[in-house]
Design a protein around this ligand. Sequence first.
Ligand code: 4NP
Length: 149
Amino acid sequence: MTQRILFVCLGNICRSPAAEGVFRARAPHLSTDSAGTSDWHIGNPPYEPMQKAARARDIELSDLRARQFVAEDFHRFDLIIGMDANNIANIENLRPDGNDTPVRLLTDFAPDAGADHVPDPYYTRDFGGALDLIEAAVAGLEGHVRAQS
Ligand code: 4NP
């Protein structure tokens, strides 16, 4: 059963906290967290422009704090979700021997969106566009998790 889901991006201040915030609003009974493959923003709240864009959609992110993804996360979660191919490669580099926790791209769950990654709004500055894609994919992910339980 998929009960513990970890969302991962590079900085853990834009895409993965947004995905976590959207997911927990839809499925508060499941356990969620997010992490970054980098150590750049450890302890920081989500980036203010992302918090603001999320709050406009009634998604609250201000309680979240960035942390770095660690190998132990493969044991702590049932499903690990990355935002782009670099995230997936960096996650897979830390996979413990014998561990088979699934690692998937968030966009796999929004096949109609025509995107193979979530573009990083820290660089594109398109926070609303990132949230549109994240919301569509999280809806698909939630359906996937529900079908498994
Ligand atoms: P995220 O975006 O991976 O979606 O959190 C980024 C945030 C900060 C930086 C890079 C990406 N940075 O270079 O500080």
